[in-house]
Design a protein around this ligand. Structure first.
Ligand code: NAD
Length: 431
């Protein structure tokens, strides 16, 4: 099948590359010319394990290409995936400017029957609005509009695409459902559940799933606060709860709070949708509030660890992205913590396996280091912010030559007793 991915970011690039690997002919388009030029040369603009190999392989066998020629790419394709961003507006609503811009462009380019699929996360009824835009210039039998929300996780995106728990297709017509089922047949035959529902339900399934996962994370973070007061190990609670199949152990690990490009914006967007439909999502509202407060709470812990003497303290961040195996900084808690510490006069160094971050380039006294060793030099406090494998077996004794730094392990990577035995003051989350 001939596919066109509009928007070549985390979702468009990963799913485009994987669809081509399944034997489809895929063209990825984007308004970012720099990105497309890089991709044409096989340079991958994002950090995603395994992606480069799949992209290079499929460029070579001519199943995957990159273009900024929207008109030709769209006209030549049978299925068009909208994969553009839907960022958060100040009022919490999803900003659908990019989606509607694409819909307007598409409306002029329907030369034969096409399926238009929204993979971008869009509020319920967006598919209806895209339909209204397309219907102004096209007969109804020339296109179908389908919702196919994407559930991949950055850092595990390839695996998630190839072995998804489920494929959700929201479509109100039989023909489009049949074609989408065919497209996903190779994944269905490997065990993925194919769930066909109405377009509006598919749109809401995505937001409800993210709101639920965000709730799980926030729940365990609040229980971690309680554990700290009582002296119970949160890890025991997570394991003990997770063994119940109704609960499950995933997304039940205490840490700095959820971040990234999806949960923060999607929890706020579902609240906005509910407000529009005059429904009070009080649970999700309190999740958002609790998570917004999370980095403040951890910062207060940092101040306490340093006896409120922050000025001129050398603080090292190991990892600054919102989670491991991604270069994505969107809504990472480090974005709140580092400027707050800098404002109080701390001198901050950070090392991240995905390199320098523009987000901190204008912040006073913040320095990027190109190795763990350099970042730990002269540190008073080391904050393990992200759970990269690179940080899981550091021999801290080798780096603490003349003085022992304090370690604040926000991901509970290390065993408190082992680190304390080495003479370090060690703090973690909920234990
Ligand atoms: N990143 C994730 O883990 C993830 C997972 C599931 C769903 N989603 C959803 O998928 C959507 C895309 O997310 P992402 O992380 O891939 O975003 P992204 O910012 O990485 O990529 C979006 C791309 O769209 C391009 N773009 C913007 N306007 C365009 C236009 N008019 N025409 C063509 N290209 C255009 C941008 O240049 C950019 O390259 C969002 O709605 C997001 O919520 C993301």
């Amino acid at each position: 099948m001939k596919l066109c991915m509009i928007g070549t970011g985390y979702v468009g690039l990963v799913s485009g590359a994987c669809f081509s690997d399944l034997g489809n002919s895929v063209v990825c388009v984007d308004i970012d010319k720099n990105k497309i030029n890089q991709l044409k040369q096989g340079i991958i603009p994002i950090y995603e394990p395994g992606l480069e190999e799949i992209v290079k392989k499929n460029i070579k066998n001519k199943r995957l290409s990159f273009s900024f020629d929207f008109d030709k790419s769209i006209k030549d394709s049978d299925i068009i995936f909208i994969c553009v961003g839907t960022p958060k507006k100040n009022n919490g609503n999803a900003d659908l400017t990019q989606v509607y811009h694409v819909a307007k462009k598409l409306s002029k380019l329907i030369n034969k029957y096409k399926i238009i699929v929204t993979k971008s996360t869009v509020p319920v009824t967006t598919g209806d609005k895209i339909q209204t835009i397309l219907s102004k210039k096209n007969k109804d039998n020339k296109y179908s509009i389908v919702s196919n929300p994407e559930f991949l996780r950055e850092g595990e995106a390839i695996r998630d695409f190839i072995y998804p728990d489920r494929i959700v297709i929201g479509s109100n017509d039989v023909k489009a459902n049949r074609i989408m089922n065919n497209l996903y047949a190779p994944l269905i035959s490997k065990g993925a559940q194919y769930f066909h529902t109405s377009r509006r339900a598919a749109e809401l399934i995505k937001y409800s799933s993210n709101a639920f996962l965000a709730t799980k994370i926030t729940f365990i973070n609040e229980i971690a606060n309680l554990c700290e007061k009582i002296g119970i190990n949160i890890e025991d609670i997570s394991i003990g709860m997770g063994l119940d199949k109704r609960i499950g152990g995933r997304f039940l690990r205490a840490g700095p709070g959820y971040g990234g490009s999806c949960f923060p914006k999607d929890t706020k967007a579902i609240i906005s949708t509910a407000n529009f439909f005059k429904t009070n999502l009080s649970l999700v509202k309190s999740v958002v509030k609790s998570n917004d407060n999370r980095s403040k709470l951890l910062l207060l812990r940092v101040y306490k660890i340093l006896n409120n003497r922050i000025k001129n303290k050398n603080i090292t961040f190991l990892g600054v992205t919102f989670k491991a195996n991604t270069d994505d900084m969107r809504d990472s808690s480090s974005i709140k913590m580092i400027p707050a510490l800098s404002k109080k006069g701390a001198k901050i160094k950070y090392f991240d396996p995905t390199g320098f971050k523009n987000e901190f380039s204008k912040i006073k006294n913040v320095k990027y280091c190109n190795s763990i060793k350099n970042s730990l030099d002269k540190a008073d406090l080391v904050i393990i912010h992200t759970e990269w494998n690179d940080f899981k077996s550091i021999n801290f004794k080798n780096f603490a030559k003349n003085k022992k730094f304090i370690i604040y392990d926000m991901r509970n990577i290390y065993s408190p007793s082992k680190i304390k035995k080495q003479g370090f003051k060690y703090f973690s989350v909920g234990r």
